[in-house]
Ligand binder design. Structure first.
Ligand code: PHB
Length: 390
């Protein structure tokens, strides 16, 4: 007994990309069904990234007061790059007249889910996609939480189902994509303590990279470079503070009980194909970046903005040109973000096989950036986000 649902756009994955797409489509009167295998609670409580580009915040403004990015989130007008024990501020406002917002991804998801449900969006949690059938009426083959088969038949299917995308097989096939792995990862902690610094600190030290970030007035998020196979249980709290503190010389970290630990593996990936026929990929289903440049969620939102415009032209006017252009147009920004994320990563981390030459060269690179108006502007422009329509 299969339940069949018909809609215009079937969206697999209720992450930032899928939910934002359903919102933009609804603004043009295009109905969609969004499914996600996770429960609402899982989606709203999984700790992910924290930085929103200005353009992402502006797009979130269009969901109305449901977006708390500007009220609960914090505008940051700069970051600090730290090396050789000294901090160097990259002043975004001064360099590019833009800013970013520190507002955790799970809070963005709470806002988007609340706004979509209030608007009557067909949003189904606990529904797992098993595959996508391409064709003039593509179908998502799925199962609900009780294992009952559900088929969603649509004019178009969008895979916003993350790095383990099921939709990718229908688009990129066996020819997967470009891939790079890194010989290090991040050990992330959440702790109960007020911020150690007003702005984020990206610190390069002889012992490896560390990032001092925040979540709220009482919770801090911090990371330090570690081996990808590190066991989170292998460190005592005291050892974690030692590791963090020695990588941020010059700043005294405010310590407090650590209530979450995780290891984030570093990958760069871009799928070879972003669209085939009536199926397209957005967000992590299409690409992955290491977290150093804070580009992941922002890139997903940028994809969606392009795809929403393309679907509008296709479904409302029968004009396929923007859809045909989508892979090339999206790829330009994707590869800029790939480069930026790789560049920030390689400039700030200490590779396990780094020679004395590599180390000095890296410090030379950092110095070329912070001591140059143009170097700082280059970093600031990428960090705050390139214009969305370019
Ligand atoms: C975070 O706060 O989780 C965060 C901030 C900046 C990054 C990566 C992660 O580049």
């Amino acid at each position: 007994m299969t339940t069949t649902v018909r809609t215009r756009v079937a969206i697999i994955g209720a992450g930032p990309a899928g939910l934002m797409l359903s919102h933009l489509l609804a603004q043009s009167g295009i109905e969609s069904v969004v499914i996600d295998q996770r429960t609402r609670d899982e989606i709203e409580s999984t700790i992910r990234a924290g930085i929103l580009e200005q353009g992402t915040v502006e797009l979130l403004d269009t969901i109305g007061p449901a977006s708390r990015a500007r009220t609960v989130g914090h505008r940051h007008d700069g970051i600090e790059l730290r090396f050789e024990g000294e901090g160097h501020r990259i002043d975004f406002a001064d360099s590019v007249g833009r800013a970013v917002w520190l507002y955790p991804q799970h809070e963005v998801l709470k806002d988007l889910i609340a706004a979509r449900l209030a608007a009557g969006q067909d949003l189904r949690f606990g529904v797992t996609a098993d595959g996508v059938d391409d064709g003039d009426r593509p179908r998502v083959l799925a199962r609900d939480a009780d294992g009952v088969p559900v088929e969603i038949e649509a004019d178009f299917v969008v895979g916003s189902d993350g790095s383990r995308s099921v939709a990718r097989a229908a688009v990129a096939g066996a020819r997967n994509g470009s891939f790079r792995e890194y010989p290090f990862a991040w050990f992330g902690i959440l702790c109960e303590a007020p911020p150690s610094s007003e702005e984020l600190i990206y610190s390069n030290s002889p012992d490896g990279f560390a990032l001092v970030s925040q979540r709220s007035a009482t919770v801090q998020r911090m990371y330090f470079q570690c081996d990808p196979d590190t066991d989170t249980a292998a460190f005592s709290e005291e050892q974690l503070w030692d590791e963090l503190q020695k990588r941020v010389p010059g700043t005294t970290l405010r310590q407090g009980p650590i209530f979450q630990r995780d290891v984030l593996r570093f990958r760069s990936f871009v799928a070879n194909e972003l669209r085939r026929g009536r199926v397209a990929l957005v967000g992590d289903a299409a690409h992955t970046v290491p977290p150093t440049g804070a580009k992941g969620m922002n890139l997903a939102i940028a994809d969606v903005r392009l795809l929403a415009a393309a679907l509008r032209a296709f479904l409302l006017e029968g004009d396929e040109r923007l859809l045909d252009a989508y892979p090339d147009t999206a790829s330009r920004r994707i590869w800029k973000a790939q480069h930026f994320s790789w560049w920030m990563t390689s400039m700030l981390h200490v590779a396990p096989d780094a020679t004395a030459f590599d180390r000095r060269r890296q410090l030379g690179e950092l110095r070329s950036v912070v001591e140059s108006e143009h170097g700082r502007a280059y970093l600031a422009e990428a960090y705050c986000g390139w214009p969305l329509d370019a």
